[in-house]
Design a protein around this ligand. Structure first.
Ligand code: GLN
Length: 190
């Protein structure tokens, strides 16, 4: 099977390994990636959930900013929670650097203390919101799902973001992984 798709999960920090079962259940290959030679082997990126400030520090420390920006132009990218923050055009609370792949504003840790972490059902699938951000401003992006009145799953072109974690639910593949892998397939064909 040499036309099998390979999905790379950026492995600097955060929830990397839980994606493996979902990606494999959707028929693609999982790779944990952190160097240019790893990036060259994959068809698409997942930027996992974790802590966006820590990820930014590590991207700087390993001098990966320009390399990643170049890769993201050529491949589909799905950012989850902290990964969605890295993809946004504008980040608030506080402002921080981001790749600007999706024309959205995103506010970090925006659900407040009581709802810091909670489970919700999105498109019939249980997902985890963990110190999740809120997308406050969308411009020309398609809103795939909303939760409590805010967009929580958006996409535009080859890019997609979810403010929640589907990979921590063990019913594989999640509809979000399936959707992303279909997107990667279509991107390869077009
Ligand atoms: N609160 C984290 C941040 O601001 C994101 C949390 C997550 O990825 N689950 O980066």
């Amino acid at each position: 099977m040499n036309n099998k798709l390979h999905i790379g999960v950026l492995a600097l920090q955060g929830a990397v390994q839980p994606h493996k079962a979902h990606i494999e259940a959707a028929g693609a290959g999982f790779c944990a990636v952190k160097t240019l030679s790893d990036f060259k082997k994959i068809d698409a990126f997942i930027l996992p959930g974790g802590e966006s400030t820590t990820m930014l520090k590590l991207i700087d420390r390993f001098d990966l900013w320009d390399i990643l920006a170049e890769q993201f132009k050529k491949k589909p990218v799905w950012g989850i929670c902290a990964g969605a923050i890295l993809m946004a055009k504008e980040v608030l609370n506080p402002t921080q650097k981001s790749f600007g792949l999706l024309p959205v504003t995103i506010e970090r840790n925006a659900y407040g203390r009581q709802l810091e972490s909670h489970i919700a059902t999105i498109k019939g699938y249980d997902v985890s919101f963990i110190r999740a951000p809120i997308i406050t401003n969308t411009n020309n992006v398609s809103i795939v799902a909303e939760h409590k009145g805010n967009p929580v799953w958006v996409e535009q072109g080859q890019y997609m973001a979810t403010t929640f974690h589907p990979e921590l639910t063990f019913n594989t593949p999640s509809p979000m992984h399936q959707h992303f892998i279909n997107k990667v397939k279509n991107f390869k064909i077009s």
